[in-house]
Write a protein that binds this ligand. Sequence first.
Ligand SMILES: [Zn+2]
Length: 134
Amino acid sequence: MTWVKRLIKFSPVESISMELVRFDTQLIQNPEIKGIEYQQGELAGYELREYLLEKWGPRCASTSGKTNTPLEIEHIHPKSKGGSDRVSNLTVACTKCNQIKSNQDVKDFLSGKPELLKRILTQAKSPLKDALLS
Ligand SMILES: [Zn+2]
């Protein structure tokens, strides 16, 4: 219910369906432990997405900051430039920001927005429990 209250701030909640998502406790304790292997399999992928939404919040973490929009998993440092599939290299962004950023490195993409860049890089390195406390 804590999350429902938080979500209401961003968008009206018209109905609530409880989804009992069981987080992988090993992932929570050390989200960097797996990476690619963890993302394989549908359930694992779903939990990864939930994890990222809890970590980053239900909004685009990129330039638009939009809520109420479909969010995609986004590589902070693009895979095409050697970025990993680790949770610490993933965030959520709206389709538009994702397309604009394309395969640019986040440092190039946000070179004109140093504060946003710093926030993203700092938060990316924080495990979920730290993100929730901050
Ligand atoms: Zn966006």
